[in-house]
Ligand binder design. Sequence first.
Ligand code: Q9C
Ligand code: ZN
Length: 342
Amino acid sequence: MDVVYSELHALQNGAYELIGGQLQPPVEKPERAETIRAAVEAAGFGPLLSPESFPDDTITRVHTPEFVAFLSTAWDRWVEAHGPYDALPLNWPVRTFRQKIPEAIDGLLSYYSLDAGTPITAGTWKAARTAVDVALTGARLIQDGKRHAFALCRPPGHHAAADLYGGYCFLNNAAIAAQYLRDNGAAKVAVLDVDYHHGNGTQAIFYDRADVFFASVHADPLQEYPFFLGYADETGTGAGEGCNANYPLRWGTGWETGYADALDDACRRIHGWGAEAVVVSLGVDTFEQDPISQFKLTTPDYTRMGERIARLGLPTLFVMEGGYDVAALGDNVVNTLTGYLN
Ligand code: Q9C
Ligand code: ZN
């Protein structure tokens, strides 16, 4: 299986993250992508391809131009205001507030973000922009007739909506890839999101559309981030009614205790809908030892996950999302891809 990778991911390198009230080293760190790259190479996947450059209009098919302009200039504006420290928002336009776009950089960070756990640093734009090229290079391989590809994206993307960043995500790599497949020949594309967290950004981007089906298996938002989206009664709206399927599962869920059944039903829905290609938002933060998650999947379970995805019989683009136990990340990703291929 072709693997698309760029070392420029390492330009996203936050200094700290507030977890449980304590400033800690970020869990979303460069070592993640490096360990995955080493593992897929050691497992014989390849070739390892560098991304091609795609134009910005592939991004603005999914994100607003204002949001892209904000992201690409936020660091410089923040440094001008505060100095060279991670740019982080501290308040949000929640209930009772208006949704005006402020002038000051602090207000813009608040307007365009959904949390304070996603630092904008000197290299964030370059890293996020390159991750889009990684995903699109994978999409082009599928478009050119390959049955499968792995886009080793970092930073991840599925929490980013048309004009929102957060959850370690800036640009929605999987959504941009799905849109690219739509714009270049595929009439119906599915996104299957198996990251531990609900893919709120991807859902929001396609929520009113009948040409992209979104299915997500994730921790119950009553218990888990992002808390305010990802419930089972979110089924799409307007033309997109019936094209969104959420499978919220309780903390402690394992492969045999709910996960496999949910994944099977998500695949059944995608198949029944008539998808021509599938983009898999591949998070492996469902792992039992993941430092920020509460599911119980084991390393062998990822082989089973890959097998189930392969049974869809569709051209498949895997796009890397979350997964934070660096010691097991490589094995879990390799098992997913190996299970898919065998
Ligand atoms: N800093 C992905 O797996 N946790 N994102 C917030 C406060 C956010 C996970 C903790 C988890 C986001 C792509
Ligand atoms: Zn996640």
